[in-house]
Design a protein around this ligand. Structure first.
Ligand code: C2E
Ligand code: CA
Ligand code: CA
Ligand code: CA
Length: 278
């Protein structure tokens, strides 16, 4: 048993070593990725459940590594947060996304909102970020209300730090705020009354198990009722089936996003989808 235990130990150390080598490599390579044009932004439509119309899309970063191929943002974003490259990368995504939104708006001639993910770390220090963003929006003539910043619940819990102040500055500028992955992680709801958020995004882990008898159904319904009482719109993530769509409509959920409607697609494909939706 002892030697088996040791064998096990060796096995895990090797796997852990490989894992850590991989992370170090990605961390090094992230420094070149932006300048070597390895990033693109894809867009996933957000569909109004009542009408089926698309007035919004989420910007999602894609990294095509020259040797490793596509690397998931779920893997490299935390590494970019650790090594600080998230600031430059995040500003690049924002610039791409809002320019795309301005272009789409002129193309389809109706209101269109773009949502952009923000890492909590992008709010630390870097006081110029809000000013720069507002200047950019003015330059490209995109109203601030057409931009939604997606943040996770954790960021709002940092009440002693300067993050909430920055969020308030976003709000004052007219930028909208969405709480991402709602229902996971932090369970305190007190921030909902402290911060005037515009959207809640129900996490995919709830949507995935939606059925008439599942506890997730009751939870989603409760989230929608609570949100509407607080004047907040609800977006369900990870909608993959007709049944999920129907149940979400039934409980009055405002928007759906997921493979049932569309995967995240390149800008040109989004434009085609939106023009069909006229
Ligand atoms: P997220 O913000 O929760 O984004 C939703 C994720 O769910 C995306 O994964 C999307 O492709 C995926 N998804 C959409 N519809 C479905 C569906 O029907 N079923 C399933 N199973 N998945 C679906 P993705 O693009 O791999 O991104 C993963 C995470 O990486 C994102 O989670 C977000 O936290 C982070 N991320 C992506 N782009 C950015 C970025 O520009 N900045 C920051 N800070 N984080 C980003
Ligand atoms: Ca998101
Ligand atoms: Ca999410
Ligand atoms: Ca997530």
């Amino acid at each position: 048993a002892k030697s088996a235990g040791r064998g096990c130990y060796r096995f895990f150390t090797k796997a852990m070593q490989q894992e850590s080598d991989f992370r170090i490599r990605l961390s090094n390579d992230l420094h070149q990725a932006l300048h070597s044009k390895q990033f693109t932004v894809h867009y996933q439509p957000i569909v109004e459940l009542n009408t089926g119309h698309i007035h919004k899309a989420e910007a999602l970063l894609r990294w095509q590594h020259p040797e490793l191929g596509a690397v998931s943002p779920a893997i490299f974003i935390p590494i970019a947060e650790d090594n600080g490259t998230i600031h430059e990368i995040g500003n690049w995504v924002f610039t791409q996304a809002v320019n795309q939104a301005a272009h789409i708006q002129s193309l389809i001639g109706r209101d269109f909102q773009i949502t952009v993910n923000k890492s909590p770390i992008q709010f630390k220090g870097h006081d110029e970020i809000i000013h720069n963003w507002i200047t950019l929006l003015n330059d490209i003539n995109l109203p601030a209300k057409n931009v939604v910043v997606e943040i996770t619940e954790g960021i709002l819990m940092d009440v002693v730090g300067d993050i909430p102040d920055k969020l308030l500055a976003f709000r004052e500028a007219g930028i909208k705020i969405a709480i991402d992955d709602f229902g996971t992680g932090y369970s305190s709801l007190s921030y909902l009354k402290k911060f005037d958020v515009d959207y809640l995004k129900i996490d995919q882990s709830f949507t995935r198990h939606l059925s008439l008898n599942a506890p997730e159904f009751a939870l989603c319904e409760a989230i929608v009722v609570m949100a509407h009482r607080l004047n907040i719109k609800v977006i369900a993530e990870g909608v993959e089936t007709e049944l999920q769509r129907e149940l979400l409509k039934l409980i009055g959920c405002d928007y759906g996003q997921g493979y049932l409607f569309s995967k995240p697609v390149p800008a040109a494909e989004l434009e085609i989808l939106l023009q069909k939706d006229l």
